[in-house]
Design a protein around this ligand. Structure first.
Ligand SMILES: [Zn+2]
Length: 406
């Protein structure tokens, strides 16, 4: 699946109609959740059926105006939230399990259509929504060319409202695959705060810290917002200005992480990274801002994605003792956060702390690959084909698991 996104040109009238549409979609989602809380739904199918009951109910005339596939998609979302909660409980994830919540109407909202309820124009630059809300035709901005794909390949269409406008997303059923020459290089990556990552060759990438850079402007906008009287028009304007500033930081981070991930995957056949429990680390309030600003999760997500695209192996390694152990002899060498160099008293190996960790991560990753596939002597043979079926199946299965988590 590829997701294409284009901003849509919407008139004021259309915006109001989209608001109504989003509100209805949210209503369907929350009603489904209520239905489940009341103990009437045992699985996703029950919720799917319930959307029909909702739309037939004369007390909620607006529900039947929404396209039936969009109603179902919202029910699926509600079930996804419930399933995630059950999943977290079953896995006994420490801390909060993410009990599904009722969503309130807010700026960022979206609704999803399946293969009906919308049509694309001949030139594929205009989209028309055909359900009874009467949103009508909107022009798609941007240079993305949808002509390359068949209409039947577009499996889902989403309307996403962000603070700076309406966006249309197309989920296209197409697997991006690109051929690359093998490089013969293996890379371990240690994610950190002082530098964004250190790889097993000792290269460091600095952290761009976009949030820190625009913190001043954000704080100013936040102050302005809090000074505006509640319910006033100026408050709405101030809120939007603040939202746009936050959106900018988000986009900067994503752009940077995507480009970096692509570079990393292109430069090595096997990439091993530490599967950090970012959620737990965020509990440390002194570091939370820095950690979220470092955008590790976005980066690793895109590492996995590009690994799939270029047929490279990207493997997540459990983060135990990678910093402590000596990468040369394996002896544990305890250090505090401020000890920046690794000095092993056993084998006298001395190196940068992060590089030592990165080598450990790489070794762990190679071991994992060896154990799961029975591929022996990856180091020795050197003729290890990164595209061999066995190995890609490993990375695929690990990817599948991640998707369920999401
Ligand atoms: Zn040592």
């Amino acid at each position: 699946m590829i997701v294409y996104e284009a901003k849509a040109e919407a008139t004021k009238e259309q915006l109001l109609k989209i608001n109504e549409l989003l509100r209805t979609a949210l209503f369907v989602r929350n009603s489904c959740l209520r239905h489940w809380l009341d103990g009437h739904a045992k699985n996703g199918y029950d919720l799917n059926k319930y959307t029909k009951v909702l739309s037939d109910n004369p007390a909620f005339p607006w529900v039947s105006k929404l396209n039936s596939t969009a109603r179902q998609a919202m029910a699926e979302r509600a079930w996804a939230a419930i399933a995630r909660f059950f999943d977290n409980c079953q896995k006994k994830i420490p801390g909060k399990k993410g009990f599904p919540k009722f969503r309130r109407f807010q700026t960022r909202l979206s609704v999803e259509y399946k293969q009906s309820g919308w049509t694309l124009s001949e030139c594929r630059q205009f989209i028309t929504f055909t359900d009874k809300f009467g949103v009508g035709t909107m022009k798609l901005m941007g240079t993305r060319d949808l002509n390359y794909y068949q209409i039947s390949q577009i499996k889902r269409v989403r309307i996403v409202r962000r603070v700076d406008g309406i966006y249309i997303q197309f989920c296209v059923d197409h697997d991006r695959k690109e051929e690359l020459e093998p490089t013969g290089k293996f890379l371990g990556i240690d994610l950190g705060l002082s530098s964004f990552y250190t790889d097993s060759d000792g290269n460091k990438v600095e952290n761009p810290r976009y949030l820190r850079k625009s913190e001043k402007a954000l704080k100013k906008a936040q102050r302005k917002l809090s000074r505006c009287a509640k319910g006033s028009k100026n408050r709405v304007k101030a809120r939007n200005r603040l939202g746009i500033k936050h959106l900018k930081v988000t986009r900067q981070r994503k752009d940077w992480a995507v480009k970096l991930a692509q570079c990393v995957v292109k430069s090595a056949d096997i990439v091993a990274y530490e599967n950090l429990q970012v959620r737990n680390m965020m509990k440390n309030h002194h570091l939370a801002k820095s950690i979220s600003d470092a955008s590790w999760s976005i980066f690793t997500h895109w590492l996995e994605y590009f690994g799939k695209v270029y047929g490279r192996i990207v493997i997540a390694v459990p983060p135990h003792n990678t910093t402590i152990n000596c990468s040369n002899c394996g002896h544990p060498v305890h250090k505090t956060l401020s000890t920046r160099t690794h000095q092993c008293p056993h084998c006298l190996y001395t190196d940068c702390r992060d590089k030592n960790a990165a080598i450990n991560i790489l070794n762990k990753g190679l071991e994992l690959i060896k154990n799961t596939d029975g591929l022996s002597g990856i180091h020795a043979s050197g003729e290890f084909a990164p595209c061999s079926k066995k190995v890609t199946s490993v990375s695929k299965s690990s990817r599948g698991k991640r998707k369920i988590q999401q």
